[in-house]
Write a protein that binds this ligand. Sequence first.
Ligand SMILES: Cc1cc2nc3c(=O)[nH]c(=O)nc-3n(C[C@H](O)[C@H](O)[C@H](O)COP(=O)(O)O)c2cc1C
Length: 327
Amino acid sequence: MSLTTSNRQVPARGDHRAADAVRTILSAGLRKHPNVGEVRPGRKAGKEDIGGGDEQRAHAASGRPLCGGAQVARPCRQFGSVRDLSDRDGRRSACGTGLMEPLSQPAPFVQPHHLVVLGHPDPGSFTATVAQAYCDAVRACGHECVLRDLYALNFDPLLAADERPAGGSFRPSPDIAEDLELLREADVITLVYPIWFGMPPAIIKGYIDRVLGAGFSAAAIKQGAVNPLLAGKRLMLFTSSASTRPWLEEQGQWLALRQAFETYLENIFSLRDCGHTHFDSIVPGVKPHFVEECLAVVGERARAVSAEVLSEKRAQQSRTIRRSGAE
Ligand SMILES: Cc1cc2nc3c(=O)[nH]c(=O)nc-3n(C[C@H](O)[C@H](O)[C@H](O)COP(=O)(O)O)c2cc1C
């Protein structure tokens, strides 16, 4: 008896003659694949790689039949080449625990999502350029990125009476429904704004009041409740000021800003601190090469967080696959 995969006959449990033939090929140190010709252990060939040279040799040595075909390491856009414990028909290899049982496929890998929130009225400003540079850099990494230009969207920063998250009467307003959905999907939330009189522009504060804090009451904050919308997401900040950072520090302003708009928000919303990059001395007539240097820093930070969040998501996905394989 044999099982048919998409393009070849593979030995099933009990078909020892065929399995012996496979073992013979493996033990001869030459592994032939009908599509890719000769494949050496651990090397990619063409579009496919027969994975696990060592594993397969161990199988051959163990005398157990290699049922369900060789494990196929499928080249995957997101993972590079990742070992998949199923054959091309989605059946488990006998190398696993569930001989030949069809497996439910793990959910496809979803690229990390970045939500960039821009609070500046001028689309040609330094701040807007920073936001765009961040988006470009993470998209170049293959990540999803949405830019919410609050001014361009005519975002209303005023929290209405029935939006107050108290007493169970909270009702999110329809005009923030899309923002809430984007927040739900986001892995990284990146706020980009200038410092205005020691604080973020009012539109950013309004976004915090109405979107980040939606439905999260003062009582929940006091009880240290986990924010279901935000918990575990990364918060990243890019800010700028006309004055120098030492001057802001001297005024106590730097510490105040960080305490109020970083540490406190991260604590109450269970967000993860992903860094605050501040560009100082951003004044009219700032030299283009200085702006270039700033944008290079933005790109670096964007790529660093992208790598971090991607590896975390991959690890999560691997755990899910292992768990589903163990069931
Ligand atoms: C209303 C307003 C208030 C500002 N307050 C401050 C301030 O308190 N401290 C400071 O260093 N710069 C302050 N600035 C300067 C801005 O921070 C600076 O222009 C901005 O960071 C430069 O980026 P941009 O070109 O994207 O606006 C203020 C600017 C405006 C328009």
